[in-house]
Design a protein around this ligand. Structure first.
Ligand code: DAH
Length: 340
């Protein structure tokens, strides 16, 4: 048995020396050291040994196993190094090859214009606030002086989740929410950008679009303040040569109310296709805050006055970049977005 063990050790080492790759080494390991390998076979025969011999042969078998394991490990390292060196001498890296270009993202045009508008108004002392897109009938209509049977509701048909809860049709409810939270503190000067929803869908209307609301409340705020602020806005947004025009209009939550036009950004006011030959483009609605809206929101209308305005972000963005179809802003086609 002793001879057998020594023979196995010798034979295995020769095989390991001759093996030329890691796969062969593994085969040899299985053959000699594996569960059903040569060494195990010999050990199975230990039962036939005498009690004196058994420990000696057992020890010998263990040291053969250890010796072979060490030998195997050394050969594994040697072969691994050899393979690595071969690969390194084969593979050449050309550091002068051009790199892969990486696509840089940029802001969506609506996000960008919203940022520009916020910059203009924060520069004038306004704070940026937000309100919920899912709104109650009370804030969206009632508190803005639009009672249940008011015809103004027809123009703002929207998506209801119940009789009193709806997707807001404009950002004006934020006027009431902000005043309620601040009353009777003044001065109050905020703008409120956000998504709004209506039952409209064509080249110039989307069921989801964005508005930016403005509100100022203080002692002695007049219509002249409103005109001044919006003139600065139009000139900052569209260029210093831009002229503004206020046309009388009607909104339930402002009195008096006006619509604001700017001189056409395409033709400068001469008249063209974009302004339908009029030289003017409508950009927003505004007015002096209705006393009833002030009162309902916690401000004494004898003491305080205010102005408000609301504009469509898509409309401003389209005018700014000369985009003629609103839907382009929501299709996320990179061929379009990359031109901006
Ligand atoms: N909320 C109005 C709309 O969506 C726009 C508007 C008009 C807002 C006049 C105002 C305002 O704050 O004073 O049609």
């Amino acid at each position: 048995m002793e001879d057998k063990l020594k023979a196995i050790a010798r034979e295995a080492k020769i095989c390991l020396d001759e093996a030329s790759d890691l796969k062969k080494l593994n085969e040899i390991r299985v053959k000699y050291l594996g569960k059903k390998g040569e060494l195990t076979k010999v050990l199975r025969g230990m039962g036939s040994l005498s009690a004196e011999e058994r420990p000696r042969i057992g020890q010998l078998a263990n040291s053969v196993r250890e010796e072979l394991e060490e030998y195997l490990e050394r050969r594994t390292d040697e072969l691994k190094n050899k393979e690595l060196e071969e690969r390194l001498s084969r593979e050449k890296i050309d550091v002068t090859l051009p790199g892969k270009p990486c696509m840089l993202g940029k802001m969506h045009p609506l996000t960008r214009i919203q940022g520009e508008i916020e910059d203009i108004f924060t520069g004038l002392g306004f704070n940026v606030v937000e309100g919920p897109e899912i709104e109650t009938d009370y804030y969206n209509f009632e508190a803005l002086n639009i009672p249940k049977d008011h015809p103004a509701r027809d123009m703002q048909d929207t998506f209801f989740t119940g009789s009193e809860v709806l997707l807001r049709t404009h950002t004006s409810p934020i006027q009431v929410r902000t005043m309620e939270a601040a009353a009777p503190r003044v001065p109050l000067k905020i703008i409120a950008p956000g998504r709004v929803y209506r039952k409209d869908d064509d080249a110039t209307h989307s069921p989801m679009f964005h508005q930016i609301e403005g509100l100022a409340v203080d002692y002695r705020i007049t219509f002249a303040d409103l005109k001044g602020v919006l003139k600065v806005f139009a000139e900052s947004m569209f260029g210093s040569e831009t002229r503004t025009r206020f046309r009388p209009s009607y909104f339930p939550f402002t009195e008096p109310s006006a619509e604001v036009d700017i001189s056409c950004v395409m033709c400068g006011g001469k008249g063209c296709r974009v302004c339908s030959g009029t030289g003017w483009l409508e950009v927003l609605g505004c007015g002096s805050v209705h006393p009833r809206v002030l009162e309902i929101s916690g401000y004494d209308s004898e003491q305080y006055t205010g102005f408000a305005f609301g504009m469509g972000l898509e409309r401003i963005t389209m005018l700014k970049y000369g985009i003629d179809d609103l839907r382009l802003l929501f299709e996320n086609d990179l061929r379009f977005l990359e031109q901006i």
